[in-house]
Design a binder for this molecule. Structure first.
Ligand SMILES: *Cc1c(COP(=O)(O)O)cnc(C)c1O
Length: 374
């Protein structure tokens, strides 16, 4: 038996007819950008995140870049500012900060959630810090009272990287009183990269916010900085989403809950059936809604376990074997003391949880894991 890590063709297969029909309708409409599908997607995503505004854009990294850039254009943030960001994240979170000439301040992770450790944030505060970017990594909300209290005390903008967290719910309400990730802070970015829980059939992303001024600035910058036709108030970018991706996403959005539930069943199966004492399973928090973008176990003999699993036909991945501070482009951070992030990088294995893995596959994979003696 072979267990693939993720098969995107299989993930989209259940929706084949609806996707084909939706794509056909866009082709026939003759409207390929700035159309009805984009407008409707924006309304639906804003609704999902319990926020007022959504601007659909080209990808998740652009969504993050645009939020920071818009705050800079509005004079709320500045190029010389510092932004607190988890060290245990996909590098795109950090790149968005650097891209705007700002300085990332890497915060280590909590051993249980593997998300940014709120108890370490205050140590990183300096007068230059003006924003914080919690990342809902692996689909677990990165949100608590402490983060909000510090953000309020130091007047920080909270920009959520919700690339891996769409549809998750925190156990503490956000600054607007709602619980859904993407609507907790001042602004958030989503990625619709094909492997994400809500994946397009190409690149796409979105900015979500309750701040009308920010929403306007993001929309304008994403469209060459043009507020009205041939009138440019910012030196902008082209970060458009196309109508085909918007309509693909609208089809798949209807099944997001079903897909998230399917992942949750796989996670429950691993939780129940993995009993190998060498393996540390991810915590399941009953008071939050985790959407299981990844199911990340930790084990001392990681490389041995991975090659053992591969021999048994179980394909795995690592998120992320080389965290941002150990990448050549961020050599300046390499000496930072980030023990938990380093521990995750050296011992994490992501088990298959996307299509075509089912709960009964997860039970079989768990048995294989339990036979590993180290
Ligand atoms: C995928 C991802 C991004 C980037 O999204 P793209 O759409 O690939 O540009 C940013 N942050 C995190 C945490 C991600 O997982």
């Amino acid at each position: 038996m072979k267990y693939n890590f993720l098969d995107l063709a299989k993930a989209n297969e259940p929706y084949m007819e609806q996707l084909q029909e939706a794509a056909c309708n866009v082709i026939k409409s003759g409207r390929y950008l700035h159309g009805e599908q984009t407008n409707l997607l924006e309304q639906e995503i804003a609704g999902l995140c319990e926020a007022k505004y959504c601007i659909a854009v080209s990808n998740g990294l652009d969504a993050l870049r645009l939020i920071l850039r818009a705050y800079i254009e509005l004079g709320v943030l500045h190029h010389e500012d510092h932004v607190i960001v988890p060290a245990n994240t996909y590098i795109a979170s950090v790149l968005a900060i650097s891209d705007n000439g700002m300085t990332p301040c890497l915060c280590d992770a909590r051993p249980d959630t593997m998300n940014m450790d709120s108890s370490l944030i205050e140590n990183l505060i300096t007068p230059a810090v003006t924003a914080i970017m919690p990342v809902h990594l692996y689909g677990t909300p990165c949100w608590d009272e402490e983060l909000m209290t510090i953000a309020k005390r130091y007047d920080l903008k909270i920009i959520e990287d919700n690339a891996q967290g769409i549809g998750a719910k925190a156990n503490v309400p956000g600054i607007n009183g709602t619980f859904t990730t993407g609507g907790l802070g001042h602004a958030s970015a989503i990625s619709f990269y094909p492997t994400k829980n809500l994946g397009a059939l190409g690149d796409a992303g979105a900015v979500v916010t309750n701040d009308e001024e920010l929403a306007k600035a993001v929309r304008t910058i994403a469209n060459y900085g043009s507020d009205t036709r041939y009138h440019n108030i910012f030196m902008g970018l082209n970060c458009r989403i196309d109508e085909i991706q918007a309509t693909m996403l609208r089809v798949k959005l209807r099944y997001l809950n079903v897909e998230n539930m399917r992942r949750s069943e796989v996670a429950e199966a691993y939780e129940t059936h993995i009993t190998n004492p060498l393996v540390k399973k991810p915590d399941i928090f009953d008071d939050m809604l985790q959407i299981w973008h990844q199911y990340v176990i930790r084990i001392e003999k990681r490389d041995e376990m991975r090659s053992y699993l591969e021999k048994k036909g179980v394909m795995t991945d690592i998120h992320y074997a080389t965290p941002p501070h150990r990448q050549p482009c961020y050599r300046r951070f390499q000496s930072y003391r980030l023990p938990i992030t380093n521990d995750i990088a050296d011992h994490a294995i992501s088990l298959p949880i996307g299509h075509p893995i089912t709960a009964s596959d997860a039970e079989q994979i768990s048995k294989i894991i339990n036979e590993f003696k180290g």
